[in-house]
Each structure stands twice: as C-alpha cells, then as structure tokens.
Write a protein that binds this ligand. Structure first.
Ligand code: AMP
Length: 293
C-alpha cells in the first residue's frame, strides 16, 4: 500500500531517511485522474528506482483564467488504487496553500522553446509548468523523474530547464499509452461526447499519414505538414490548431527532414484541445561510394 503525504515537511523527512539509506528516488508528477498512461510512468519508475513518489497536484499556475482549472476531473480514491497497482510507494497530495502559501514572485521561464505550439495558444502555460516542476524537484529531490511523451513539448522544456539549471535529476521520457483505436490517453478525454470520441483518433491518423509520407521518401516538411493537415481538415468536428514536423531535440523546423524528427498535432474537438505526436527517424542519404558516378 502506498503512503499518502500532504505536507512538504513530512515528504522531505521521509525521503531524507530513504536517501540516507542510499535508496534512489524516482518521481512521477501528475495532475491526477490517472489512466494507464500515468500507470506506465509509475511502472517505469518502479522498475528503475527504490522509492517511487507520485504527486497529484492540479497546478493553478499553468491554467489561464479561461481554462478548466475548477472543472479539471478529480478522483483521489481511484487514483490511489491506480498508484498501488502500478507500484507507487508515496503519494504526495499537497493543497494549493501548501504549494503556494504566498503570492508567487519567483517563476521559471524557458525562453524560445515555450513560445511555439502549445505556448502560442497558452502563453502563460509553460512558465506555470516550469515553475511547479522546479519546485517539485526541490521538494522531492528525485534522481530520476518520469514524463510522458504525450506532452512532448513539455518533456523537451523540462529536459532543457533541468540542463540549464544543473538540476541533479535525470529526466526520463516514457512512450505514449494509447486506446485500442489509437487515441492518446488523456485525463481530458472524459470531456469528449460519444460522437466526438468516435472521431478523436483522427489526430493519430494524421500522424500516421505524415509518417507514411516520410517512409515513402518525402523529405519536405511543408509537404508532410500538408498531408497531416488534410487528414485533420477532412473531419468537420475537428478544428486543427497546428500540424508540424520538427527536430525532435530542439523543436526547430528542419528542412529537408533528416535524423530524429517529431510530428506534432493539436486540435480542438468539442470542449477539449487534444494533443498527439509521433517520433520518426529519417535516414540520411547514404554517402556516395568512391567510384560512384
Ligand atoms: P498530467 O496528469 O496530464 O499532467 O500528466 C502527468 C504525466 O503523465 C505527464 O508527464 C504526461 O505527459 C504523462 N501522460 C499523460 N498522458 C499520457 C499518455 N497517454 N501516455 C504517456 N504518458 C502520459
């Protein structure tokens, strides 16, 4: 059975004792309403660390005033059962007053990377994420922290902030858990109506179409983006935000496509905005053999 702790002091005391016994601490930050994607992060941590800490905190700093903070789905009892089944040891459930006892004057911003894609439509989002992640790292002191590739830009932002601030944590990316029809699991999928749920895998289909174009030899990023767009545009319930193919490490545009690239899509479908992405390794042209014409 996992142990639930709600204060920073209790959590620190517990983890200080574990570290004094040379235990390694793995950390999985979440906003709760857990599904099998979260469970896969917890299982990855369980396989690699002595003590697995899962936090559940719906962080107000990363929601804009017009977003779904108050309505964000919550079910603590079920979350605790998911965490137990996946092998979590400690569940950290601070309330907002515990995390932010005073108005926040100090925030963390990761320039550049956060201005595009999710940052373009949610301009304060990544500063909220970077601030809470830095704070949680300071509270938990993990050797390894596990983030889903589902929120790919977030993963790249967290890697960058850990590197830039020399935080002593290894940031581990975990593949996307999907429903059988391809839809990436997300706590926000609960907002989808039945008819929206039926068309929600369109995002994944767009990625697969983009990836297939690359496999067929396409190396022009505009063309691959147009292929993905066409799949999204064909579905009237889907309002696309972006469909892009970028360098997997920097999220910069890359043309012609080569190396590790990431296909990214976001679209509104009824109430929620859905995100999805797919990694593709594009082989470089083979070097010409001496003597080739
Ligand atoms: P959230 O509770 O939405 O803040 O997500 C907490 C963590 O779980 C983040 O690192 C997410 O990227 C990750 N996550 C969410 N959905 C999935 C998924 N379908 N597959 C893998 N990881 C996920």
């Amino acid at each position: 059975m996992s142990r639930r702790l709600a204060t920073i002091a209790e959590l620190r005391a517990r983890l200080d004792a574990a570290r004094a016994d040379a235990a390694t601490v793995g950390f999985v930050p979440t906003m709760g309403y857990l599904h099998d994607g979260h469970a896969s992060l917890i299982r990855a941590a369980r396989a690699e660390c002595d003590v697995v800490v899962v936090s559940i905190f719906v962080n107000p700093l990363q929601f804009a005033p017009d977003e779904d903070l108050a309505a964000y789905p919550r079910d603590l009892e079920r979350d605790l059962a998911v965490i137990d089944a996946a092998g979590g040891d400690i569940v950290f459930t601070p309330d907002v007053a515990e995390m932010y006892p005073a108005p926040v004057a100090t925030t963390v911003t990761v320039a550049g990377l956060t201005e595009r894609f999710e940052g373009a439509s949610r301009p304060t989002h990544f500063a909220g994420v970077a601030t809470v992640v830095t704070k949680l790292f300071a509270i938990v002191g993990p050797g390894r922290a596990y983030f889903g590739e589902k929120d790919y830009q977030q993963l790249v932002v967290v890697r960058r902030l850990a590197a830039d601030l020399s935080l002593p944590v290894e940031v581990v990316g975990v593949p996307i858990a999907r429903e059988p029809d391809g839809l990436a699991m997300s706590s926000r999928n609960v907002y989808l109506t039945d008819s929206e749920r039926v068309v929600a895998p369109t995002l994944h289909r767009a990625l697969v179409a983009g990836s297939a174009a690359i496999s067929a030899g396409e190396r022009d990023s505009d063309t691959v983006e147009a292929v993905m767009r066409r799949v999204l545009d064909a579905e009237p319930l889907v309002t696309p935000d972006y469909a892009a193919v970028v360098d997997a490490g920097t999220l910069e545009r890359i043309d012609p496509l080569v190396g590790d690239v990431r296909l990214l899509v976001a679209a509104r479908l009824g109430r929620p905005r859905l995100l999805d992405n797919l990694g593709v390794t594009v082989p470089g042209d083979l070097p010409a053999e001496p003597g080739d014409a």
